[in-house]
Design a protein. Structure first.
Lengths: 257, 641, 221
């Protein structure tokens, strides 16, 4: 019997051997992918130090889990096709061709529907996360900090504390903070990886980003836009301290509380 | 009356066919280029009295002088010049220009035969990939340890920028250049492209561009990445002028090539080749240039404004003169996003073409393939600001751009569906071209999914400007794009060179490159998520492991690509002689003999069905066979049975 | 078998040799370092560095004729510095150059030094007049540095009408002295934070963006 006739013998598509084996492979790869998605991203991105970063890690994990079955379909088909339908040796003109299948409407439709549904899910999740990140609902008034990027040093100014200026960033824990970022020369990018915030520092403009640091510690502030000779050295530290420690730091710098 | 008989114009008196073209070649081009560069350098030095801008004005004028001199010395302007003085090129002149009876010398002149131009593009692409690859090896060597000190920051930044630009330019041309030129006219049943002289012009402009681009190394380098963001581009030394002029030359070349390819595909398909019977690779090439035609002029405009800033004290991008750096970013990414699809679509289309051949099955759902390509082309011009989510420009537009970007995943998935559906229940012959399809699917699913992460704005705030982005675009442009180009080369090598590519070397190279590639860029995803920024000459000790892994993987890629280089050269020289149709493919280019005759077909073919009739019962006569057309049939050389 | 391996092997060797050649031509070749050293037989953990800032490149590490950029302002005698770990480093800078108003007045203040002061021609100050700044000497951390180090010392400008010192091509310099402590070993960078790359955007191009002129390295050994 030709291969085309064999497929007609199975009364339903899900009873065919191809579909079952493929389904099994897909399930295995999906499980592996989901395990990877639940463990690896969080491990690499480290412990979150702000509510924003917590949201970032959640989104990354959710998208990874949602992508696992998609990647698994592709991997399953790749592996299965090589195992089942591969011909050995070299092709000669005597070898018969494969079945003349030019397309199944329902398979195409199903694929398009699934990819559109997945796209919609990603979009809705993304818009929700975006609104919570860009305009967070905060109980207290945020602390405002002016960030200036200059080739190749960050300086921070605290208008709420009498204009204290420093090249280290000090933040009180659990208090929302708004960064107003600008540059004195070329484009830099103000990035605190542990807090999941980044915005470019543009000359002549002020851009903003905001978050609420929620873990004590010392974190890195980096520049994420190539800005010339010492771009790789444009780093400083962000110290998240208790409110009391923050106040005493501000006073020691000559500012007000 | 034959077409040749209409050329009854008088030949140029007193000289052999070709006239001055007989004496012009790449050597005279280089000589003329150097002379005009020198002249421009002297003359402009006297004109530019402003000390501040003098260096830039001089550098720019010298480079432009080189380019014009090179093209003139090569004979690129002979056609229009002869027309202006009333001595049109005759048919015999045009046959000379096409390289008739010239042996290997025709590869070193301004030759218009699309097959010669295709081979020249292939060599040019290999040279550019070699240059970019060398730079990549140096970059990765510097990053082998946190602060290796191997390269200084200025050198490193310049290498990163030049590596990026070299590879972007190389990947733009790598499928459309060699195979769009050599294969597409054959595949559509034409004798050449619509504008053969423009074809040669587009290639030689790129040859003129290369010394300009690499002169940046001697002019202080470039302080910015390949994207050339302002205002740091305003600040940089004369190397930035080299960058600008190179891009201006490239944009002209692409515009010319795009017009040529579009006209050829739209108007010169063989009789009977309706759009339904046009092979998918032709669609891919057409989509790529249709996208490139509006996109690259945006890049050119961005650089012209930068040129005005740097050379004439303009203020387009300088804030304290009323300028705005965001203008550059918008102009650039209006080119930059379509450009990645310019790179990707022909590579994937070539793989779709060859997958049908090696699965011995029709292309699954041809209409979905075409519609997906069209949808990608349409959507790709609506997504550009996803590169600017973190720039602070127009935050209210972040949501809409997130929408359009995520929507592109749907037609991209359509391309996957077509390839996977073609493999489904096929009779799969795992030749090197088909292995490239498998590698592309593996790489592109990773590249595509990581693109989804970047399209989500809050995630992009974290990941933008980190090594995660670098890994993502290498997975798509190199893992899918370059892999597709290698597959295309392995597939069409027998037709282009008349030899079979060596199998063992090919497979060894394939596995070294693909495994090395995945190791390299998975390491980069790792350090990007850990917090390493892009384009840094040294990094925090915490990222050492990932970088070490990446560097080792990179050395594997380099080794694998060198083996492929050897395979190409050795097989070209003394590989097994290829039969006319070693793969049993059904597209028209496999019906012509090796070596392909100058005018391709003895008789232009008439097409009665598409090229995917695998497994379908044969018609009364197999298609596509050249029908006995009445008028205008001259047998010429290479008659077929 | 050997012949089939020979071709690819030779290609790999040639390719690697080409990359190695490019690496050799491009690799970083810093000038010999100026090491901070103790003075005489006194405390070995107190070391001294003497630098100068010049209005041109004729006296730095660039050779007698100042090539390739004789007009560029420059630090000298070199920008490659070393200092021992866990030491007190006293730096004296002879400032020969003029100047003008600094763009960011924060860098007209002294930061990170012992006592937060520097002496200018013998007088201790915590900041200088932001309207007449010549250069700054600012050390900051590379990300691989183990211990943080941030020092910024502003250097006042020599007045434009100052006469040339006898027997010299330059006016009498302003002497600035400050001290800071090093901790563990590490590699740091330093540069001038008063943009003076005339003609370039934001004046941060030219010598400001080139190693060996207004930017250098400090290695704590």
């Amino acid at each position: 019997m030709s291969e085309t006739e064999l497929t007609r013998k199975a009364s339903h598509w899900w009873q065919s051997e191809d579909a079952r084996l493929l389904g099994g492979l897909w399930a295995v790869f999906t499980v592996l992918g989901v395990i990877f998605a639940l463990i690896v991203p969080d491990h690499l991105m480290g412990r979150s130090a702000s509510n924003t970063m917590t949201e970032v890690e959640r989104t990354f994990t959710a998208f990874s889990v949602a992508s696992a079955p998609v990647a698994a379909v592709v991997w399953a088909l790749l592996v299965y096709s090589l195992w089942k339908w591969r011909r050995r040796g070299d092709w000669t003109p005597d070898d018969p061709d494969g079945p003349p299948l030019r397309g199944h409407g329902w398979a195409t439709g199903l694929w398009m529907f699934a990819s559109s549904a997945l796209c919609l899910f990603l979009l809705v999740w993304g818009l929700a996360a975006l609104s919570s990140v860009d305009s967070p609902a905060t109980a207290s008034t945020p602390l405002e900090i002016d960030v200036t990027g200059q080739q190749w040093i960050w300086t921070f100014s605290y208008p709420d504390n009498g204009g204290v200026e420093s090249e280290d960033l000090y933040l009180p824990v659990n208090r929302p903070v708004v960064f107003r970022v600008t540059s004195d020369d070329v484009i830099h990018s103000f990035w605190v990886p542990a807090m999941g915030i980044k915005v470019d520092a543009n000359p002549g403009m002020t851009t903003t980003t905001q978050t609420t640091p929620d873990r004590l510690g010392v974190y890195h502030v980096k520049c994420a836009e190539l800005c010339g000779l010492l771009h790789a050295d444009m780093e400083t530290d962000a110290h998240v301290v208790s409110s009391a420690d923050f106040d005493s730091w501000a006073s020691a710098q000559g500012g007000s509380q | 009356m034959t077409v040749a008989e209409t050329y009854k114009t008088d030949p140029v008196k007193g000289g052999p066919d070709g006239g001055i073209m007989r004496r012009l070649n790449v050597g005279t081009g280089i000589a003329a280029g150097i002379i005009l560069a020198f002249v421009a350098h002297r003359v402009v030095g006297h004109l530019a009295d402003d000390h501040v801008h003098q260096v830039d004005v001089r550098a720019t004028a010298t480079m432009v002088g080189w380019a014009i001199g090179f093209m003139a010395g090569l004979g690129a302007f002979t056609g229009p010049f002869r027309w202006m003085v009333g001595k049109d090129l005759t048919h015999a002149d045009e046959l000379f220009l096409a390289g008739k009876d010239q042996g290997i010398g025709r590869y070193f002149r301004f030759t218009t035969d699309h097959k010669v131009v295709g081979i020249q593009y292939l060599v040019l692409t290999m040279v550019m990939l070699g240059a970019g690859g060398t730079m990549a090896m140096l970059i990765r060597t510097d990053l082998i340890s946190p602060n290796s000190g191997f390269l200084g920051p200025q050198t490193y930044n310049s290498l990163v920028g030049l590596h990026g630009l070299t590879m972007i330019l190389a990947t733009i041309i790598m499928v459309t250049g060699p195979f769009g030129n050599f294969v597409v006219p054959l595949m559509i049943g034409a004798r050449d492209m619509a504008f053969p002289r423009l074809n040669a012009l587009s290639l030689w402009l790129l040859v003129a561009m290369l010394p300009v681009l690499y002169s940046a190394a001697f002019l202080g380098g470039i302080p910015m990445g390949w994207v050339g963001y302002t205002p740091i581009a305003d600040q940089g030394p004369a190397g930035v002028d080299a960058y600008m002029v190179a891009i201006l030359i490239f944009a002209v070349s692409t515009a010319v090539a795009g017009a040529n390819i579009t006209t050829t595909i739209v108007t010169m398909r063989a009789r009977g080749m309706t759009w339904t019977r046009t092979p998918i690779f032709v669609y891919g090439v057409l989509a790529s240039v249709v996208l490139a035609l509006p996109a690259f002029p945006m890049f050119m405009a961005a650089e012209i404004l930068l040129l005005v800033d740097r050379l004439m004290g303009g203020g387009f991008y300088v804030p304290n003169r009323g300028g705005q750096p965001w203008l550059y970013q918008n102009l650039f990414w209006l080119m930059g996003h379509p450009e990645v699809y310019v790179i990707l679509i022909p590579a994937v289309a070539a793989l779709m073409e060859l997958t049908a051949v090696f699965a011995r099955k029709p292309l699954y759902s041809f209409r979905v393939a075409v519609l997906s390509i069209i949808a990608i082309v349409g959507l790709s011009v609506t997504v550009w600001a996803h590169h600017m989510f973190a720039s602070g420009w127009a935050p209210d537009l972040n949501g809409p751009f997130m929408l359009t970007t995520e929507m592109i995943s749907i037609p991209t998935g359509g391309l996957f569906l077509v390839i996977l559906g073609t493999l489904w229940r096929g009779r799969i012959w795992t030749t090197l071209p088909l292995m490239c399809t498998y590698a592309m699917l593996w790489n592109f699913i990773i590249g595509g999914i990581t693109g989804i992460y970047l399209s989500d704005v809050p995630l992009d705030y974290q990941l933008h400007g980190s090594m995660f982005v670098t890994a993502h675009f290498h997975y798509t442009l190199m893992g899918a794009g370059l892999t597709g180009a290698i597959g295309a080369m392995a597939y069409w090598f027998p037709k282009m060179t008349g030899r079979m590519l060596g199998k063992t070397s090919g497979f060894v190279s394939f596995w070294l490159v693909q495994i090395g590639f995945n190791v390299t860029f998975l390491g980069m995803f790792m350090v990007g998520m850990e917090g390493q920024p892009r384009r840094v000459v040294h990094y925090d000790a915490a990222y050492h492991t990932g970088n070490l892994i990446s560097t080792i993987g990179a050395y594997f890629i380099g080794t694998g690509m060198l083996i492929l280089l050897y395979d190409v050269i050795a097989s070209w020289h003394h590989g097994a002689v290829a039969p006319i149709n070693p793969w049993g493919a059904k597209t028209l280019e496999w019906t012509v003999p090796n070596p392909v005759p100058l005018e391709n077909f003895a008789v232009l073919p008439v097409v009665t069905e598409d090229a995917y009739g695998y497994g379908e019962p044969a018609e009364a006569e197999p298609a596509p066979v050249p029908a006995r057309v009445g008028a205008g049939s001259d047998q010429g050389e290479g008659a077929m049975t | 078998m050997v012949s089939r391996v020979f071709g690819p092997a030779l290609t790999i060797v040639c390719g690697a040799a080409f990359v190695a050649l490019m690496g050799y031509l491009l690799h970083q070749q810093p000038a010999p370092a100026l090491a901070a050293a103790p003075q005489g037989a006194s405390d070995p953990h107190h070391v001294f560095l003497h630098l100068s800032t010049y209005p041109d490149s004729l006296a730095g590490e660039h050779g007698k004729d100042g090539s390739p950029e004789p007009d560029w302002v420059s630090y000298g005698p070199t920008t490659t510095l070393t200092a021992p770990r866990n030491s007190l480093v006293t730096v004296t800078i002879s400032q020969y150059d003029g100047g003008e108003a600094i763009t960011n007045p924060w860098f007209a203040q002294v930061h990170g030094t012992i006592g937060g002061t520097e002496t200018v021609d013998g007088k201790p100050v915590t900041k200088i007049d932001p309207e007449t700044v010549g250069h700054t000497f600012t050390i900051h951390a590379a990300p691989t540095a183990q211990d943080p180090l941030f020092v910024s010392a502003p250097l006042p400008a020599v007045p434009d009408d100052a006469p040339l010192a006898p027997g010299s091509a330059y006016p009498k310099p302003i002497e600035v002295t400050f001290s800071f402590r090093t901790q563990g070993p590490g590699k740091y960078v330093w540069n001038c934070e008063f943009p003076c790359g005339d003609g370039t955007y934001a004046k941060f191009g030219g010598p400001m963006s080139t190693r060996g002129w207004m930017s250098g390295t400090l290695t704590v050994t």
